[in-house]
Write a new protein. Structure first.
Length: 202
């Protein structure tokens, strides 16, 4: 009987390991160069060799990154060796986000180009001892309440999950999602974002 139980536990642990490995293969980290290109291109037009020098890249590598951004739907053009954003666009910038979190050294941050679900990722055991923020530009299998599908196209939103330890019983935090959402709206207004903001319940 002991052998059967041990075998079952071992098999379950192996299955969970396989699931975690499969999940990680679906998570594509956001390459820092992409964010830096977008950050600088939002400020001005650039000659391709000047932007490459600014970023410490070869011009051929920069061209490849720009082509990748175009394939992702970013309105970036390269014409006569000039890199230009045809309309304002932003990507998550891992470094800048890290700067804002620098006052909280125990917070772990990960930024992804694409992931199946930030919520699924953050439930992995590797995060159980850390306060963790996971942000993505796109979710391929975002989930809402009651297994509802959550549409999460690339570059159209901030898809974020936060994991932290609770000091009180779970029912004491029943309204935390609504409080967080309304707090974000107030923060947007504080920073001068005047477009109408609403809470969409998933």
């Amino acid at each position: 009987m002991t052998t059967d139980i041990t075998s079952t536990i071992t098999e379950k642990a192996h299955q969970e390991k396989v699931i975690n490995q499969e999940h990680r293969s679906k998570a594509i980290p956001l390459h820092p160069a992409l964010s830096k290109i977008m950050y600088l291109a939002n400020q001005q037009d650039w000659l391709i060799h000047q932007l490459a020098r600014q970023l410490g890249l070869e011009t051929d590598d920069l061209a490849k990154y720009c082509t990748h951004l175009q394939h992702l739907g970013i309105p970036l053009s390269i014409d006569n060796n000039i890199i230009r954003l045809t309309e304002q666009a932003d990507l998550l910038h891992h470094g800048l986000i890290g700067n804002y979190l620098s006052d909280y050294p125990k917070v772990r941050q990960e930024t992804y180009q694409c992931i199946d679900s930030t919520n699924t990722q953050i439930k992995l055991d590797q995060y159980d001892k850390h306060t963790t923020v996971i942000i993505a530009e796109e979710q391929s299998s975002g989930r809402g309440q009651r297994s509802n599908t959550w549409q999460s196209p690339f570059g159209k939103g901030i898809y974020c999950s936060i994991r932290f330890s609770l000091k009180k019983k779970l029912h004491k935090y029943a309204a935390i999602s609504l409080i967080a959402a309304t707090s974000l709206i107030k923060a947007f207004q504080t920073y001068g974002i005047t477009e109408p903001c609403q809470v969409k319940w998933p």
